[in-house]
Design a protein around this ligand. Structure first.
Ligand code: SF4
Length: 264
């Protein structure tokens, strides 16, 4: 029996190391289905870059493609180097909220400011999953985690609006509880140009038990649906619910590599 996504995956890496019910599989599937819909019969036109964290394992080693697994938080500078040297390739960064919105935040903001021609997919499970469920910059206010036993006293960062303000050409937020919508956002992002950012609100079934009180993957997906809603993403969170949708600025701004090459 074959699966439509078999041509994009390395069979020797399956089953994945993700915990049962982890949202990383849904994010991978949404991306690959979007690439397939755009007519990519394989991933030879892509280079994938990822840092450290559970979601950084999505492309490397699972995708049958060239990929770079780099230091924690340093996927963006690496992607910038790849794009500068091989501008004809579609460079895609996969990373978690811990990797991209914390240690890698400075790189990410400046990539948006430069309008670097890469697609960044941030899997936001609102916690540091791989290292034990610690508080992340995306953790909901009041949430109990391994390092906030009395509840998170901080408000989470809104990466969609942060990167839109920095100059991104396309920003979007989807959720693994709505996989078809997430796939549509990936499709839009792949068709757009310049710096593109897709946040995928996701599950960490292992640590959600402490943070959100969910005891199974199904419960975790149901809980996620209570934390998101479809409305204008630029309005930001409202009563603890994150808006799902996409936004792009009017007009077109030249990309970083495009400008760099034009200077020669
Ligand atoms: S720890 Fe969380 S994010 Fe990491 S693989 Fe397990 S469920 Fe997924």
């Amino acid at each position: 029996m074959t699966h439509p996504l078999d041509p994009y995956l390395r069979p020797e890496t399956l089953p994945t190391p993700f915990c049962p019910g982890c949202g990383c599989g849904i994010v991978a599937s949404a991306f690959l289905r979007a690439a397939r819909e755009l007519g990519h019969s394989d991933l030879s036109g892509f280079v994938f870059v990822s840092g450290i964290g559970c979601s950084s394992w999505i492309p490397s080693p699972h995708f049958k493609a060239d990929s770079i697994h780099i230091l924690h938080g340093r996927s963006i500078p690496t992607a910038m180097g790849v794009k500068a040297v091989r501008p004809e390739l579609e460079v895609v960064v996969f990373g978690g909220d811990g990797d991209l919105a914390s240690i890698g935040l400075g790189h990410l903001v400046h990539a948006a400011r430069r309008n670097l021609e890469v697609l960044v997919i941030m899997v936001n499970n609102m916690v540091y999953g791989m290292t034990g469920g610690q508080l992340a910059p995306t953790t909901p206010r009041g949430a109990v985690t391994a390092t906030s036993p009395y509840g998170n006293p901080e408000s989470p960062i809104d990466m969609v609006r942060t990167l839109a303000a920095a100059g991104a050409s396309y920003v979007a937020r989807g959720c693994v509880a709505y996989p078809r919508h997430l796939e549509k956002l990936m499709l839009e992002a792949l068709q757009a140009s310049g710096f593109r950012f897709v946040e995928a609100v996701s599950t960490c079934t292992t640590h959600f038990q402490l943070m959100l009180g969910t005891k199974s993957p199904v419960e975790a997906l149901k809980k996620l649906r209570e934390l998101v809603e479809f409305r204008d993403v630029m309005q930001g969170p409202r009563e603890g619910r994150l808006p799902l949708g996409s936004w792009r600025p009017p007009g077109r701004r030249p990309g970083f590599v495009e400008s760099l090459r034009g200077l020669r």
